[in-house]
Write a protein that binds this ligand. Sequence first.
Ligand SMILES: [Zn+2]
Length: 78
Amino acid sequence: MKDVNAISNLVMHGTSAEVRGLMCPKCSGVLKIGVYRGRRLVSVQVKCKKCDFIIRLDGNLPEPPWVAELGTEFETKT
Ligand SMILES: [Zn+2]
């Protein structure tokens, strides 16, 4: 089971296949991953659809490499 740091790292730097394979570390549920573009900043939110697990990454982030393929909002596989 991946921890919060491992998930954060994969979401920011992983491939499309890697992020689609992620699941909630608390309940193994489906994760909803959203990338929100501000004027200069990008924020990323990872939220479980079943429990209260959530990761928010804010700040001067590069846009994750998988956005071109998966779009700015998607759900992981179960
Ligand atoms: Zn969960």
